[in-house]
Design a protein around this ligand. Structure first.
Ligand SMILES: [Zn+2]
Ligand SMILES: [Zn+2]
Length: 367
């Protein structure tokens, strides 16, 4: 099959035609990928800021059609439209039985690049090819555990729905499931890329009264207003925490959602939040990043510092909910797609990510 392959660390992906993909095994399906969003995490893996084996096929924000069923698979039919999650859920591990399916042990595949049995179902010239970010969807086909695919209605536009698989689930989920933004709350979102704008939308859906957007790129700040941001701050020219406190008459913001997750932004998020407020760190930092936190503020100010992975949501419940919000006109997916490119143009899409140009590029796999 045709796929976008990264042969070694710090190199751009190249399009190859000769990746071999196996038939799905028991408990698996093979999906014909139609669309896959380009997410910042893909870049982290290319540059070794997050671990992955090479050669690897990246791409983890995907949708498509069920193309083949493994033996005994009954929950899907060939031709079903699906949104893919980058990890399955086993339903049996400590985390799954607690209802924390997003923390399932199957998530180990995100950095190992292999399925739970150690295989990848992918090879090229006899050499193993790995599943980037646990999936590998910059390719015509991908094999996934049945628990990682969610069927959607036949009239679902997959070029938009694919965004739900990573960025939208992650950002909206951080606002609704973790910060639990309530009507009338104030929210500050650090970083206004695809995940940040999704967090803005989550806060807007929850009824936030004021949403402060922080991003060094002016075009991103301006674009964010259409998604619900009420006030924008350039972190390079202003102390965003001090400004945010001013905006709330000295009280501080109820919720900070940090999609940049840099040590400086996390420190600013902590400072911007009121006593008793929440700081939700969503972005993926470098492996070596550390922060220096004044511990005394924890007890005296009762601030709640938490992380969120994949929106802390059960994809099988969250994907239909997000799609329903889109159908109801409450979640804007159309405006999030700022470019459409082919597999061969993925390096250009990565360049756009590096410069902060646009929100989401969707790769049209067949083009
Ligand atoms: Zn992602
Ligand atoms: Zn599990």
């Amino acid at each position: 099959m045709r796929a976008s392959l990264v042969e070694k660390i710090d190199t751009n992906p190249i399009v190859v035609e000769d990746v071999d993909i196996e038939n799905p095994r028991s408990g698996e399906i093979r999906v014909q990928v139609t669309h896959c969003g380009v997410c910042h995490s893909d870049l982290h893996f290319i540059h070794g800021e997050l671990p992955t084996p090479f050669p690897v096929i990246l791409g983890h924000e995907a949708a498509g059609f069920v193309e083949a069923l493994g033996p005994g698979v009954e929950d899907f039919r060939v031709g079903d439209k699906v949104i893919i999650s980058l990890q399955g859920q086993c339903g049996r591990c400590y985390f799954c039985v607690r209802g924390e399916n997003h923390l399932c042990v199957m998530g180990n595949g995100v950095s190992s690049g292999v399925l739970p049995d150690g295989g990848t179902r992918l090879s090229r010239g006899g050499e193993t090819v790995y599943r980037g970010v646990g999936l590998g969807a910059f390719a015509e086909q991908v094999i996934v555990p049945v628990s990682a695919a969610v069927t959607v209605p036949d009239d679902t536009p997959l070029d938009l729905a694919c965004l739900i698989g990573c960025g939208v689930q992650t950002g909206v989920g951080a606002a609704l499931n973790v910060a639990k933004v309530a009507a009338g709350d104030t929210v500050i979102v650090i970083g206004l890329g695809g995940v940040g704008i999704s967090a803005v939308q989550g806060a807007r859906i929850a009824g936030a009264a004021r949403i402060v957007g922080v991003d060094p790129v002016e075009s991103r700040r301006e674009r964010s207003r259409a998604f619900g941001v009420t006030d924008v701050i350039d972190p390079n020219s202003d102390d965003f925490a001090a400004l945010a406190i001013d905006l709330t008459d000295g009280i501080g913001i109820d919720h900070a959602i940090d999609t940049a997750a840099r040590p400086s932004s996390i420190t600013g998020s902590i400072n911007a939040v009121r006593r008793g407020g929440t700081i939700t760190v969503v972005g993926v930092p470098g492996f070596e990043d550390r922060i220096d936190i004044p511990v005394i503020g924890w007890a005296l100010a009762e601030k709640k510092y938490t992380g969120s992975f994949m929106g802390s949501s059960n994809a099988r419940r969250e994907f239909p909910r997000l799609l329903a919000l889109w159908r109801a006109g409450q979640l804007d997916l159309e405006s999030m797609v700022t470019a459409r490119k082919s597999l061969a143009d993925i390096p250009a899409a990565f360049d756009d990510l590096r410069t902060g140009d646009g929100l989401r590029t969707v790769i049209e796999i067949g083009s």
